[in-house]
Ligand binder design. Structure first.
Ligand SMILES: [Zn+2]
Length: 282
């Protein structure tokens, strides 16, 4: 089984996690830039963080045979802090780099005017740089947040089929799917989706354009949730091809829109192990 976790914050995870992920079949990850928990007090701390997402973390991942890419953005929560806003001016310098496969994660946290501005500005940056965008829906008031997000996307220069709407659930999946966007689901131990709910969503709405992620970070989370969803799909009667579509081909297709996805390290590691998991498919 080959697995691509399209949303995981490896900066917050240990080498044990990398080892366990690789053993479970995770060959590729995308790490979105996000809030570190501790508020940043100056824009310069973002640049060190972005540099580490482009340099140090891919180096760490490669030691476990995992291909690492990132998405770069000012996250919605910090869009409300005037100390962080100068980051928007510096983003173009990062968005041209090879390891960046999307603008993200962007979207709404508390749905403030400052967040409106940051979301619209960063969707334009994605369009200008030929990148797709990872847009998450807010943790509270999800349906209102989704509708407002889709309105801003439709007003932007970025086509909706280059947008991945993340943190979806049973209440938001239908409208998101009808919009033509890619559909992201974060599977967490206690909140958001769990494996069984995810399988039910896949039964009801199909596997097309669906991506499943662990969104593992510094909070209670599980970097093996992608594999657990794959196992739950198989146990529920889905075929291996459906599992491969959701856990590999869909994330490859979405982030492949950047033209920058390079899965060579993962392929080399898999080949070295005499493993044929990367054969077939695309
Ligand atoms: Zn995240």
């Amino acid at each position: 089984m080959r697995i691509f976790d399209p949303h995981i914050h490896m900066t917050s995870r240990t080498t044990d996690d990398y080892e366990a992920m690789r053993a479970a079949g995770v060959l590729a990850v995308v790490e979105p830039a996000f809030w570190l928990g501790q508020p940043r007090t100056s824009p310069a701390t973002f640049y060190d963080y972005f540099d580490s997402l482009l340099g140090w973390e891919p180096f760490r991942a490669a030691q476990y045979g995992i291909a690492h890419h990132c998405t770069i953005a000012l996250n919605p929560k910090e869009a409300n802090d005037p100390r962080c806003l100068p980051v928007l001016e510096e983003l173009p310098r990062y968005l041209v780099k090879d390891g960046v496969v999307a603008v993200g994660e962007i979207g709404y946290d508390s749905m403030t005017p400052a967040e409106d501005h940051a979301l619209a500005a960063q969707l334009e940056l994605a369009a200008d740089h030929g990148l797709p965008a990872l847009v998450h829906t807010p943790h509270r008031d999800k349906l209102t947040g989704l509708r407002r997000t889709l309105d801003v996307v439709r007003e932007s220069a970025l086509p909706v089929d280059r947008v991945l709407i993340d943190h979806l659930n049973e209440n938001t999946v239908k409208e998101a799917k009808d919009s033509g966007a890619w559909l992201g689901f974060s599977v967490y131990p206690d909140t958001k989706m769990d494996e069984d709910r995810m399988v039910a969503v896949l039964r009801a709405h199909g596997p097309e354009r669906v991506l499943v992620n662990s969104a593992a970070d510094w909070g209670r989370s599980d970097p093996l949730k992608t594999r657990k969803v794959a196992d739950a799909m198989l146990a529920a009667g889905f075929g291996e091809d459906d599992v491969d579509l959701v856990l590999w081909r869909n994330p490859v297709a979405f982030y492949g829109l950047s033209g920058r996805l390079d899965l060579t390290p993962a392929e080399a590691a898999a080949t070295h192990e005499g493993n044929s998991i990367l054969r077939g498919g695309e």
